[in-house]
Design a protein around this ligand. Structure first.
Ligand SMILES: [Zn+2]
Length: 316
């Protein structure tokens, strides 16, 4: 058994703030933990909860050993209600569960409702919780997690005390994960991305899309080549592929300026060298066209036509 906080990487400033609230007995309220996915919001929330519910805290830190600490670590504490989307939404019935839970007599000195992906509450769910969020009963903390402020309904947002999570600093990531620097940099301080970047299928995806891109930019006869046409048929793949291509453009422009420290696609250096042979005007033109294409995709415009016309204007 262990103290959950010791497993959280980064976010020390936030823990300092929460410890102060605990010291001053100012925990009652509704909190919003905001930040990109994969930076540790949920883990931090559980660590904070453990800190509060611990029976034998040491200087306001969880001991990691007592009964409550163990139950929190197993995510099975009677005074914590954890809510996550049921399918695509947090439903009204789940809001009813929250209200029922809060009507019960509290078994411990403090209790928590933790709501993951709070951006998935629809208006009726949110409405049924407004009063509770505005004024939770004594010794109760509601913690909502969301990727951004704007993703949360304004009516809820205005009732919450906001804590911002930053991406995990590169140095902190280096200490806990021994990956090549470029992988850590490309993960943008997010552990979910780090995992994806390291999976064999992702590596293969990057490699093949990088090859498509080189072919597309350099080869004289792309219009008669079918391999990249097949690749862009899957919309999800295309989305990710365009994202990768834009990163490669960015890195090629960096390379042209002799800057190679902060490359996001260092694993594709062979392809980058080839792309960097284009002029910087051409690269910027391609980059802008790809950004436009990303926007068009949401209007269901055929990406094949856009790519073909990009190719033709490049060769013109
Ligand atoms: Zn404890």
């Amino acid at each position: 058994m262990a103290q959950l906080k010791s497993e959280v990487i980064g976010h020390k400033r936030l823990f300092d703030q929460w410890t102060q609230l605990l010291q001053r007995k100012q925990l009652t309220g509704s909190f919003l933990f905001v930040g990109p996915s994969g930076v540790g919001k949920k883990k931090s929330a559980w660590a904070f909860i453990q800190q509060v519910l611990c029976e034998k805290p040491i200087q306001f830190q969880a001991c990691g050993e007592c009964g409550p600490c163990r139950r929190v670590q197993l995510y099975q504490h009677e005074s914590v209600l954890f809510i996550e989307p049921d399918g695509a939404l947090i439903k009204v019935e789940q809001a009813q569960n929250i209200l029922q839970f809060l009507q019960l007599r509290s078994l411990t000195s403090h209790r928590f409702v933790l709501i993951d992906e709070a951006q998935k509450m629809n208006a009726s769910t949110a409405n049924s919780l407004l009063k509770t969020l505005e004024e939770p009963s004594e010794n109760t903390t509601l913690i909502l997690l969301a990727p951004s402020l704007t993703s949360v309904l304004p009516t809820i947002r205005s009732r919450l005390r906001v804590f911002h999570f930053q991406p995990v600093p590169l140095e902190d990531m280096k200490q806990s994960h021994h990956f090549p620097d470029w992988v850590l940099e490309a993960s943008l301080g997010r552990f979910d991305l780090l995992e994806v970047l390291n999976s064999p299928s992702e590596k293969q995806f990057r490699m093949s899309w990088a090859d498509h891109f080189v072919k597309f930019l350099i080869s004289p006869d792309v219009l008669t080549d079918d391999s990249w046409r097949d690749a862009i048929k899957n919309k999800e793949d295309l989305k990710q592929g365009l994202d990768l291509w834009l990163k490669m453009i960015r890195d090629s422009l960096f390379l042209q300026q002799g800057e190679n420290k902060s490359l996001l696609t260092r694993d594709l250096s062979e392809q980058l060298q080839k792309i960097a042979a284009l002029s910087s005007e051409e690269l910027q033109f391609v980059g802008q066209s790809l950004v436009n294409l990303q926007k068009e995709m949401s209007f269901n415009k055929d990406p094949l036509l856009s790519l073909e016309s990009l190719y033709i204007s490049l060769k013109a």
